[in-house]
Design a protein around this ligand. Structure first.
Ligand code: TNX
Length: 775
């Protein structure tokens, strides 16, 4: 009773004090975190209906920015402020003053000073002022009904770490309306990004009107249907298409420009060109006929580089493109260009001869032909005063000094390019592919490309690898996230994949690395979600999920939980769904026998996604294990111990709970550490044939008491999987007569030659394994 009344009076106190505090208070701890925030002694500034936003009379750029700020403030507070032009000498009070000329050499820098009489945002340029108003809008608390907002006195100095802060949108695989592209630009602006890389052409659709080549849009922008899922054998049978007219593009470029975002267009060449080839088959090596891609992946049909017409076409296309996009950088792709057509094309072979290209120990003649194509286009664009960006494949076969490399297949390409003096934009699949899953709980997520790029992973990205020293480090000019849209059809889904990972990216791009603190970021993100809600952005609610860390202590697995806002967590160990009646989490959970752990965070009547983990304690759990081969680097994750960590693999081969091998048979020996009765061994495999991930072709078990002489107790072979095989887990199970064993050897055969029906026919496959269960 006493406790009850204590709680009640505390609640009452809170109620009264919230009521009493009529002015909602701004906080400058926004995302991305500003460089320095120096709080001042003086009285705060009170923003009210009568506050005005002032810009220097006659400055249209700042007038526009002032109008943006008025809109932002109205959205967040409901208060509509007036905007007015003033002369330098005017000394008015109750103003938010925007001005330029703080003299710094970083055009994106600004200062924000708050005193009792005014808020002043002074940028090195219009861009700096724009970032200043972003910080100001994000500092405003959301969801409080107040007539005044209190801005504590401050001297805030801010500038970005990187000059290039980008995000890519692929509009080829799926098309997005001009209205949505503008919303995407708004989302970037909110996070202080200044480049939108627009992937406008690919195998599955050409999306930009080119007046000289009307077929590109009349035919090349349309595909007859789209494959369902990850290159399954079924398609939806529905025609799909769309493109932007030049007028629409100009309008979007202008929209972005007002928000200090430069659009970098990409025409991907000489590969990823099937849509253009469909429109103009004479540009391909075989002459066609071609068909706009209806499946995902890489197509063998590419531009014929031996044909001069190809270059006329490209120069014409870029000539029109340059009139629409003022960007200094133009992206010409260069990724994933198979060379098979060129190998048997008389024109390409003649060109190779004419250019005197010969195979050496690093590159084939055809790879050098690709390099020729890229550098020829580079020269053309340079002659028009532009510089090229290309995917890291453009490094292969030599690179001109003013080309910028987008390092996507890891950071290695970026390191190599920076070491040879080229500029680099870091955008590795490992941390910045926003088409990858954002949680391990993939079975409750919309289908994604694969991979796992969590919020924390994005946040942890280090754009300047330690391998780079001195001046080399300056060549990392920026960081970008990529949104490929094979599996993303709707605007809501784009937002879901971008947010909140873009918030983590913005901090990598903007803030000081020495201030990086994930926990602190998460608390600021919690505030930011209120603004996302207000703006109607469909961000992933995964940030409210339970976060876990697992450690191992002797023969015990220790699981710790946390949430972004310290919400109460409840759990069960028997697989039942937790409720507020279940055990409340107060300290790390110690698990030493098989268990089905389930946990939820409960906020009022909102229950989070269920966290699930299965622990299987058996004779192999947490025992020493040695394998004959190393997993493929990309899929090594926690290494071989993953197979005996007591946790069964989850719903995606790339979520870190599986380890992957390529093309080689697997064999491992587990040391049970004493002779034990053994009569069954089980191992999980994960299959996804569209991704070259096949099942086992054989499974063998042998036992030994000295780790030298093994006796086979089980052996079985399996047929190669069919095209209709569903993606998921296939367990291999060996049962045999009870036998004593101190060592257990498990051998799993990989599919060495994928079948006729597969795009990789004749090539070996991946093999994904998890948990070995010995009983
Ligand atoms: C690789 S990144 C591609 C794209 C795909 C993407 C899917 C790059 C230069 N090429 O064509 O859409 O993977 O993640």
């Amino acid at each position: 009773m006493k406790k009850m009344s204590l709680i009640l009076s505390f609640a009452l106190l809170m109620f009264v004090s919230c009521q009493g505090d009529k002015n909602a208070k701004a906080s400058y701890n926004v995302i991305p975190l500003p460089q320095t925030i120096e709080m001042k002694e003086g009285n705060p500034f009170l923003l009210s209906k009568s506050t005005k936003i002032a810009y220097p009379s006659g400055n249209d750029e700042l007038k526009q920015t002032a109008e943006f700020l008025a809109e932002y403030i109205q959205l967040s507070t409901g208060i509509k402020l007036g905007v007015l032009g003033i002369r330098e000498s005017e000394d008015a009070r109750n103003l938010i003053i925007l001005k330029t000329g703080n003299g710094g050499d970083n055009p994106d820098a600004y200062s924000l000073t708050v005193t009792e009489t005014r808020i002043t945002i002074e940028g090195s340029s219009g861009a700096g002022v724009f970032y200043g108003i972003q910080t100001l809008r994000k500092s405003i608390p959301i969801g409080k009904k107040n007539s005044k907002i209190m801005f504590p006195a401050v001297n805030l100095q801010d500038y970005p770490r990187f000059q290039y802060r980008g995000a890519m949108l692929d509009v080829s695989r799926h098309f997005f309306s001009p209205e949505f592209v503008k919303k995407y630009i708004d989302i970037l602006a909110l996070h202080n990004l200044n480049r939108m890389h627009w992937h406008l052409s690919d195998d599955q659709g050409w999306r930009i009107e080119i007046k000289k080549y009307p077929e590109l849009t009349s035919g090349g922008s349309q595909r007859k249907e789209t494959v369902i899922g990850r290159n399954s054998s079924v398609s939806d049978g529905k025609p799909y298409g769309g493109f932007y007219t030049q007028e629409q593009i100009k309008d979007i470029v202008d929209y972005a420009n007002k928000r200090f975002i430069t659009i970098i267009p990409e025409i991907d060449l000489p590969g990823h060109m099937l849509a253009a080839l469909t429109a103009y088959p004479e540009l391909g090596c075989t002459g066609g006929p071609y068909e706009v891609g209806t499946k995902w992946g890489v197509y063998d049909d590419v531009l014929c580089v031996g044909n001069e017409k190809t270059f006329t076409f490209l120069e014409d296309v870029f000539t029109e493109l340059l009139q629409l996009f003022p960007s200094k950088y133009i992206h010409i792709g260069g990724d994933e260009c198979p060379k098979v057509r060129w190998q048997s094309c008389s024109k390409c072979q003649a060109k190779i001869k004419e250019l005197g290209l010969t195979k050496d120990d690093k590159h084939s003649a055809e790879e050098k032909l690709q390099s020729y194509c890229i550098s020829r286009m580079e020269k053309f664009l340079n002659s028009k005063g532009r510089n090229i960006i290309g995917w890291d494949e453009i490094l292969e076969g030599g690179l001109a000094p003013n080309a910028t490399v987008m390092s996507w297949r890891g950071v290695e390409g970026g390191i190599a390019a920076a070491k040879q003096g080229n500029d680099v934009i870091m955008t590795p699949t490992s941390h910045l592919y926003f088409d990858y899953y954002q949680t391990k709980d993939t079975k409750n997520e919309p289908l994604a490309f694969g991979g796992l790029v969590t919020l924390e992973k994005v946040y942890s990205f280090n754009p300047i690898p330690d391998e780079l020293v001195g001046n080399e480090r300056k060549h990392i000019i920026g960081v970008q996230a990529n949104l490929w849209t094979e599996y993303i059809e709707t605007p809501e889904h784009v937002e879901y994949m971008m947010l909140p990972r873009l918030a983590a990216l913005s901090e990598v791009q903007w803030s000081a690395p020495e201030k990086k603190d994930y926990k602190d970021f998460m608390s600021r993100l919690f505030t930011m979600t209120k603004l996302y809600d207000k703006l109607g952005y469909n961000y992933s609610k995964r940030l409210f999920d339970i976060e876990t860390t697992t450690t191992f202590e002797d023969k015990t697995i220790v699981v710790s939980f946390s949430t972004i806002d310290n919400a109460p967590i409840y759990y069960t160990l028997d697989g039942s769904t937790p409720t507020t009646n279940s055990t409340k989490y107060t300290e790390p959970i110690r698990i030493d026998k098989s268990a089905e752990l389930r946990a939820v965070a409960i906020r009022g009547d909102v229950v989070s996604n269920v966290y699930e983990d299965s622990f299987n304690f058996n004779k192999a759990t947490l025992k020493p294990i040695k394998a004959n081969i190393e997993p493929t680097a990309k899929y090594a994750f926690g290494g071989i111990n993953t197979l005996v960590d007591g946790k069964r693999g989850g719903g995606s081969y790339s979520d870190g709970s599986w380890i992957g091998y390529f093309g080689e048979d697997f064999e491992a020996v587990i040391d049970l550490q004493s002779a034990q009765d053994v009569s069954s061994v089980k191992i999980g495999t994960f299959v996804s044939v569209g991704d070259w991930v096949f099942g086992a072709t054989s499974f063998k078990v042998a036992v030994s008491d000295d780790n030298t002489n093994f006796k086979e107790v089980f052996s079985k072979t399996y047929p190669v999987l069919e095209a209709t095989q569903e993606t998921g887990v296939i367990d291999l199970v060996a049962s045999f007569d009870k036998t004593k064993a101190k060592y257990v050897k498990v051998s799993v055969g990989v599919t060495k030659s994928m079948p006729e029906w597969h795009t990789g026919k004749g090539r070996p496959s991946f093999l994904f394994l998890d948990e070995i269960i010995v009983q």
